[in-house]
Design a protein around this ligand. Structure first.
Ligand code: FAS
Ligand code: PHB
Length: 391
């Protein structure tokens, strides 16, 4: 079937859904092409912390009221090093907090908002191919239910994540890629248990990093650093809880309520950026262009700022023919992406145990933590980056 729209959006995760929602509310037509089923997208358990900029963007998109009712505002988090804890006070350092609200809920609400607008989504599409991106008449083709389809459009938004087709549609000769793969992963568990602490705890420990997070007062999210070759089946629930207890500060571990893992998965850690984020009529958003280790809680939030910049540029173009926002999109988005890359790399390097680290690197980690504990300016740097730099 041959169709036409203004903006074709490849990928229906948070980037694609939020971009479609903002554009549709501005009267711009979109079609979202998603490889998986809606149920599959909604079943993903991913991020849990929203920067304040993301909170305000979701409100502007008309997809924030459940977040405002059910999300939990956090004014700080805790760092612990070999059993000693100290707090990073976001509110005191930079006047804002973060919203603890799961990406799964964000996605659910974006779908509901898109349904209310009668948005056009195609699920379980296959063999998506982007054509004529360097012309003024780009096209997207795909197969769906055994039928061939083509969509003519003005612009293509590549929101199809790290393994999508969009980034690879930019000629290799044009792309410059930066990558760092970490020698460990995160084993994450979701459990219907009361969180061990009402704010997040990032724990550095001789046995490895651990993170105590949450979704709500009855739903906890925990992670432990594991060797990169670890398989989920290597870890029973009991083994996970015992290891988590050993890495959390004693006074906290003693109050840990354990229960069956309702989700257990391993995420590899990498830092990755592909430049530029625009080629002709193609614009990349979110994980399609960059990946951060989840330590700094930046992945979903960078997707949000990319979508903010791109939606603003497209609305400007359609309203007044002004292409300046589009021409500056890649540089504008990358300027913020690289600062989040740096923060995520810094916190990951600080809090994890690296197989190749010697006594000097270990001592630098201890000293960096002491600087954070003792120097308000250091805590403010962490607070400003964790809560999100301005758009
Ligand atoms: P996504 O990958 O979420 O969405 C891309 C969409 O495109 C998917 O629905 C996919 O099915 C679809 N797609 C792919 N190829 C396609 C094709 N060829 N055609 C059509 N559709 C296609 N971030 C945090 O901040 N904190 C965390 O704790 C955290 N944990 C994570 C755990 C895991 C296992 C992963 C993979 C990521 C995690 N992230 C975390 C990062 C994550 O939240 C992303 O930053 C966020 O999902 C980015 O959203 P999108 O850019 O929409 O990409
Ligand atoms: C989560 O709750 O999933 C979470 C929170 C903070 C992070 C990473 C993951 O840095």
């Amino acid at each position: 079937m041959n169709m036409r729209t203004q903006v074709a959006i490849v990928g229906g995760g948070p980037s694609g859904l939020l971009l479609s929602q903002l554009l549709n509310r501005a009267g711009i037509e979109t079609v979202v092409l998603e490889r998986r089923s809606r149920a599959h997208v909604l079943a993903r358990i991913r991020a849990g912390v929203l920067e304040w900029g993301t909170v305000e963007l979701l409100r502007r998109a008309g997809a924030g009221d459940r977040m405002d009712r059910e999300g939990i505002v956090h004014d700080g988090c805790w760092l612990s090093a070999d059993g000693e804890m100290f707090r990073i006070d976001f509110r005191e350092s930079c006047g804002v907090g973060v919203m603890v609200y799961g990406q799964t809920e964000v996605t659910k609400h974006l779908y509901a908002a898109q349904d209310a607008l009668g948005a056009s989504h195609r699920h379980e599409v296959e063999d998506v191919v982007l054509h004529d991106l360097d012309s003024d008449a780009p096209r997207v083709t795909w197969r769906e239910g055994g039928q061939a389809h083509a969509l003519r459009c003005d612009f293509v938004a590549g929101c199809d994540g790290f393994r999508g087709v969009s980034r690879r549609s930019i000629p290799e000769s044009v792309r410059q890629e930066f990558e760092k793969v970490y020698p460990f992963g995160w084993l994450g568990v979701l459990s219907r248990t009361p969180p061990v602490q009402d704010e997040l705890i990032y724990a550095s420990h001789a046995r490895g990093f651990a993170l105590a997070s949450l979704r709500n007062p009855q739903l906890s999210r925990y992670y432990i650093q594991v060797p990169v070759e670890t398989r989920v089946e290597d870890w029973s629930d009991d083994a996970f809880w015992e290891e988590l207890r050993r890495r959390l500060p004693e006074e906290i571990a003693g109050t840990l309520v354990t229960g069956p893992a309702i989700e257990k998965s391993i995420a590899p850690l990498r830092s990755f950026v592909s430049e530029p984020m625009r080629w002709g009529r193609l614009f990349l958003c979110g994980d399609a262009a960059h990946i951060v280790p989840p330590t700094g809680a930046k992945g979903l939030n960078l997707a949000a700022s990319d979508v903010h910049y791109l939606s603003r540029a497209l609305i400007g173009f359609y309203r007044s023919g002004d292409a300046e926002g589009l021409d500056r999109y890649s540089d504008t988005a990358l300027a913020r992406v690289w600062k989040a890359m740096r923060f995520s790399w810094w916190l990951t390097t600080l809090m994890h145990r690296f197989p190749h680290h010697g006594p000097y690197e270990r001592r630098m980690q201890d000293i960096e933590l002491a600087v954070l504990r003792e120097q308000p300016a250091a805590r403010r740097m962490m607070a400003e980056n964790y809560t999100g730099l301005p758009y």
